[in-house]
Design a protein around this ligand. Structure first.
Ligand code: SF4
Length: 340
């Protein structure tokens, strides 16, 4: 493994600094971005409008930082789960979900996760390391369906706001005119509610925000999400209420339904009270059992009752269609400890 930094994953201002430090014309920075993010070349030698000196300097200081997936599993519903090696010799997964209206990629931002949510396979594998912005974006750049993609969700392995600098950098590259020039409305970032980082994200990005809620009761959420001890969900909601969510930017809450645990009538009442006055939607998610968890999924009828009740009480609510369950690609099932 080389000790060089990756070129892919640098922002325009990173490259302007590089050019300045090495006495190169500053317009080279924009040209490099163009090659990296628009023309998507795989080597510095393909950057033909740069001088030989510039190309040599780039090769001296950087690796390209692009790597193909090392494995793919294909579900009977068309979902594909890609496995990538990381620069620190780890492994992460990205999940591609095609449908008739959209092509969505669910990407990872850490190998493993520190947050330890009781129901989650990634949480059970512990934390290995953060991904760089380049490694986050390589999951989009290096899969065969890359150019088809219409939506990206940061809902794979890891807690995005526990690696916020690199996540924000990846979002800057995705949404800037010198980068991929995506609309922030096509990107959704999910968190379990790290309040200071969440507020920084709200202020510094325009992408959609999804909060993992899973129980409206502080005492119950504490049992399966340790973060509740530091940032109670009631405080997360209070912080969110300081912002205006009635525009195009979407705020949603993810609610995984566990049979006999968080799917009772009392939860509906409390959810309605908690979310009152907040412009948002709720996505109900079917739980997917895995060998390291004792939880079971709520029945489909219960999920429908939940959805209908919330809709009748003024909260837009949908049931998220389950994808890739047969290849362990569904929500909460990503784990790479055995795959390195
Ligand atoms: Fe981490 Fe998200 Fe899993 Fe919780 S649910 S352990 S935050 S990956």
């Amino acid at each position: 493994m080389s000790n060089h930094q990756s070129l892919f994953g640098n922002t325009l201002s990173d490259l302007q600094t590089f050019c300045k430090t090495h006495g190169l014309p500053s317009f080279n920075a924009r040209q490099i971005c163009e090659w990296l993010y628009k023309k998507q070349v795989s080597s510095v030698d393909e950057m033909t409008n740069l001088s030989l000196k510039t190309r040599e300097l780039l090769k001296e200081h950087y690796d390209m930082g692009i790597s193909e997936p090392v494995n793919v599993q294909i579900s009977s519903d068309g979902t594909k789960k890609y496995l990538f090696k990381t620069q620190k010799n780890g492994a992460i997964e990205a999940v591609y979900m095609p449908s008739s209206e959209r092509h969505t990629l669910c990407i990872s931002c850490q190998m493993g996760c520190k947050m330890g949510c009781e129901f989650c396979a990634t949480g059970k594998q512990g934390f290995q390391h953060n991904l760089t912005a380049g490694e986050i974006l390589n999951q989009l750049r290096s899969i065969p369906e890359s150019t088809l993609m219409t939506n990206i969700v940061y809902m794979g392995m890891g807690e995005p706001f526990d690696n916020l600098d690199e996540v924000l950098k990846s979002l800057e590259i995705l949404t800037s005119d010198w980068g991929y020039a995506w609309s922030p409305r096509r990107i959704n970032v999910s968190t379990i509610g790290l309040i200071p980082e969440m507020e920084r994200f709200i202020n510094e990005s325009e992408c959609h925000l999804a909060i993992s809620l899973h129980s409206p009761f502080d005492y119950e959420r504490q049992k399966f999400m340790p973060i509740q001890n530091k940032y109670p969900i009631s405080s997360v909601i209070k912080a969110l209420k300081k912002y205006d969510w009635s525009g195009q930017r979407r705020l949603s809450f993810e609610y995984i339904m566990f049979d006999g645990i968080n799917d009772k009538h009392a939860h509906l009442d409390e959810l309605t009270k908690l979310l009152k006055g907040l412009f948002c939607r709720v996505n109900l998610i079917k739980y997917h059992s895995h060998p390291k968890s004792d939880f079971q999924p709520s029945s489909e009828e219960r999920m429908i009752e939940f959805r209908d009740y919330l809709n009748e009480h003024g909260i837009i609510c949908t049931i998220r269609q389950s994808r890739g369950e047969d290849i362990m690609a569904a929500c909460g099932l990503l784990s790479t400890m055995e795959k390195k």
